[in-house]
Design a protein around this ligand. Sequence first.
Ligand SMILES: [Zn+2]
Length: 147
Amino acid sequence: MVRELSEEMVEELQEHTGTCRFCKQIHVIGYENGDCALELIKKGMAPMEALNEQATRQCTCNEGLHYRRGIKQAEEAEEECKKLFADLPEAQAVISTSVLGLAVGKLKAISLNVETADGSVKASARRTTKGGIEMKRTAVTEEGVSV
Ligand SMILES: [Zn+2]
């Protein structure tokens, strides 16, 4: 869902504060970061939620920093995911929504089987022990007979 925002709403947003969801510190969003919050709203996030999300991203508490690194890693993973699963939109959709969970360590691994015209493909993503995100696709071919 994409929302249209009036100039007043944009200005109001830039004067607002948000709360870090980890340490509950309150941050002024400001002009530069107001644009980031605005992007989140345009992507469909509720204004209050976007302000808190932005406050969390700019917070310097340990969890906030961990989260910010996770977002950066998730963005990179999302780009790679688009390339790796370019011909498999279902896999792309599921995995790209899971990369943030993998990046911040809330998810360990996901795996799905996607039907294709000539068999099926196993698409998977996992968090490595070193904290990286590894994505893989494996073509599944089966041969068998029954009598
Ligand atoms: Zn914080």
